[in-house]
Design a protein around this ligand. Structure first.
Ligand code: NAD
Length: 296
């Protein structure tokens, strides 16, 4: 299949490569010449703008952009996708953005005769490279069925979450819980160790008791508790604290729209914000435990 792909960064680059590996033909665009060159070298055709991707004869267009402003620009802007895309070309935005923008852009696409899905991912850059991402997809059932085999070349878990915007809703709700639960795990581990317990023994007790969660078991923020976790390699790699801060900001904006209280989410957002201000935004988000412990 001939597919258009926009946004070839840390996530989009490896995702596009997996589409090439699956035998698809790709027309690609990115503002970064280096990102473009790397995909062209891998076999993709370069396009000069989003509008040029739209006119390259593609059947499906996928985007993986930093934030809502970029999505608006690429789809709705002058020389944007919707200015030129032929009707019926399926549009799939995999960026993590707020559900309201996702719904607004999908409605604009529908008015031009283009079905659109929001399909944010979890699994990080490792999952993007390995083709094991989880896709949370919002949009019409028939459009989801059309997208499923294409997304399967980039991920292993593809979930239809309901109507337009619901993929973003699922992503925002999951990452809200993740941001909060990581702080909870950091707090409990730090308290236990400060009171004299061995970190590994404590984690073992928590993980076979009712406090167990992904943040305590798979991704424990205390160093040397989980082998190969970011905490055991100086909090490098993984999911950056600034990316968690971005996602908590999306949760906060979405909550405001519906007047839904997210009390612990607001506290978590402020903690990651303070942590980022201290220069830690590039560290894995589990490094938030540093707020609770003296540096050794
Ligand atoms: P990135 O900054 O590495 O890549 C974004 C790419 O988009 C860049 O190459 C940039 O040049 C390009 N771009 C920006 N504006 C553009 C425009 N107008 N036209 C064309 N290209 C444009 O970001 P990333 O890490 O790949 O993340 C992409 C999305 O995936 C974000 O929404 C992020 O929240 C989400 N996400 C990231 C991770 C992760 O671990 N990195 C995990 C899950 C979800």
């Amino acid at each position: 299949m001939h597919i258009g792909f926009l946004g070839l960064g840390n996530m989009g680059g490896p995702m596009a490569r997996n589409l090439l590996k699956a035998g698809h033909q790709l027309s690609v665009f990115d503002l970064s010449p280096a990102a473009l060159a790397s995909l062209v070298e891998a076999g993709a055709q370069q396009a000069a703008s989003p509008a040029a991707v739209a006119q390259a004869g593609v059947e499906v267009i996928i985007s993986m952009l930093p934030a809502a402003a970029h999505v608006r620009q690429v789809y709705l802007g002058e020389d944007g996708l919707l200015s030129r895309v032929p009707a019926n070309v399926l549009l799939i935005d995999c960026s993590t953005i707020d559900p309201m923008t996702a719904r607004e852009v999908a409605a604009a696409a529908a008015s031009k005769g283009n079905p659109m899905l929001d399909a944010p991912v979890s699994g990080g850059t490792g999952g993007a490279a390995a083709g094991t991402l989880t896709f949370m997809v919002g949009g019409k059932e028939a459009d989801f069925r059309q997208a499923e085999p294409i997304l399967a070349a980039m991920g292993k878990n593809i979930v239809h979450c309901g109507d337009s915007g619901n993929g973003q809703v699922a992503k925002v709700a999951n990452n809200l819980l993740l941001g909060i639960s990581m702080i909870g795990a950091a707090e409990a581990m730090s308290l236990g160790v400060a009171l004299g317990m061995d970190a590994k023994v404590l984690a073992g007790v928590i993980n076979s008791s009712s406090g167990r969660c992904w943040s305590s078991e798979i991704y424990n923020p205390f160093p040397e508790v989980v082998e190969n976790s970011p905490a055991s390699r100086g909090y490098s790699g993984g999911f950056g604290a600034d990316l968690m801060l971005k996602d908590l900001g999306l949760a906060s904006e979405a909550a405001k729209q519906t007047r839904q209280p997210i009390i612990l989410g607001a506290v978590a957002q402020q903690l990651y914000q303070a942590f980022s201000l201290q220069g830690n935004g590039a560290l894995d988000f589990s490094a938030i435990i540093k707020l609770y412990r003296q540096e050794h």
